[in-house]
Design a protein around this ligand. Structure first.
Ligand SMILES: NC(=O)c1ccc[n+]([C@@H]2O[C@H](COP(=O)([O-])OP(=O)(O)OC[C@H]3O[C@@H](n4cnc5c(N)ncnc54)[C@H](OP(=O)(O)O)[C@@H]3O)[C@@H](O)[C@H]2O)c1
Length: 284
């Protein structure tokens, strides 16, 4: 189901983006990976998620190739800085390297990939400086639990944090208990990574579960499409499935047209319930 997501600064983006972990690592699959990204862009999916960590820059280089020729202003490019690079001494060069690999002069969103040793205050100061220098339009965080988010929001300029990117899929709904309500209350959208549980690999047997199969049959879609459609139907959430293959990308984009009924969601909730207590944040 397609939804518009409104970022804290009022910018609107679609609720599906392109995941890119492991893309660009192998020469022989590059052409299809580029075709998959271009298919998505041409079908309105213009948010692309990457990180300096992915293939040590390979993913950013591949995206740079894939986006050549498109109107940069129509794309929304997200990258992430490693915690070890997230301080005054390294972040500015790290960001420059990312921009160079992507072949662009700004990022739409720059995320702290996960919490490391650099104090949040310092990273936030640097993010704000990158904004002033025109290198990034906005910043956010990833893999932060509620206590981290509270700390971030208490920092100077912490309220400028635009998103929290965390693991979320039908079989891993821990964030629904308190983290997501907290970020929602603070007007911070969630980016759901691993929205299809890495093709089912992260949650054993999820694709064979009777609830998922029942909904898949009802809509004549695959179990993976059930997983993705479930995430796309959440409020204030952007799903970033990764599909190196064109067929997978096409299947994923079709999910923007699927809307489950309340009864369907209840069937899924029964087998994969929303948490009733605080769960540790799942990370990949
Ligand atoms: N912030 C973080 O710490 C963090 C951590 C993990 C991931 N991420 C981001 O989130 C993105 C998504 O997560 P992910 O890549 O780990 O997992 P994912 O998107 O849940 O799953 C990707 C896997 O699913 C397969 N797949 C995709 N569409 C399919 C379809 N329609 N039918 C069947 N299989 C399908 C892919 O195969 P093919 O590729 O062969 O098509 C791939 O093996 C990443 O790429 C990355 O951008 C962020």
């Amino acid at each position: 189901m397609y939804k518009k997501i409104i970022l804290p600064d009022g910018t609107e983006i679609g609720n599906m983006g392109i995941g890119t972990w492991y893309l660009g690592d192998a020469q022989k699959t590059k052409a299809e990976e580029i075709a998959s990204i271009r298919y998505a862009i041409e079908n309105g999916v213009t948010t692309i998620d990457t990180a300096e960590m992915y293939g040590n820059g390979n993913s950013e280089i591949l995206i740079g190739e894939a986006i050549k020729g498109y109107n940069r202003e129509k794309l929304f490019i997200i990258s992430k800085v490693l915690p070890s690079n997230a301080g005054r001494g390294r972040i500015f060069q790290a960001c420059e390297r990312t921009l160079k690999r992507l072949g662009t002069d700004y990022l739409d969103l720059y995320l702290l990939h996960w919490r490391g040793m650099i104090p949040f205050e310092e990273t936030i100061e640097c993010m704000e400086e990158l904004k002033r220098r025109g290198k990034i339009r906005r910043w956010g965080v990833s893999n932060m639990d509620i206590d981290d988010m509270e700390e971030i929001l208490e920092c100077r300029d912490g309220e400028n944090c635009c998103v929290n990117q965390v693991l979320y899929h039908l079989g891993s709904r821990g964030i629904e208990y308190s983290l997501k309500p907290f970020t929602d209350r603070n007007n911070i959208p969630t980016i759901a990574y691993c929205p299809i549980a890495q093709g089912g690999r992260l949650r054993k047997k999820i694709l064979d579960s009777s609830a998922v199969k029942e909904i898949a049959e009802k809509y004549n879609i695959t179990p993976i499409q059930v997983l993705l459609s479930f995430v796309l139907q959440q409020d204030n959430m952007i799903a970033i499935p990764k599909a190196a293959t064109l067929d997978h990308m096409k299947d994923n984009i079709k999910c923007l047209e699927i809307e489950f009924s309340k009864e369907d969601i209840e069937i899924l909730n029964k087998e994969f319930p929303s948490p009733t207590r605080k769960m540790p944040l799942d990370i990949e």
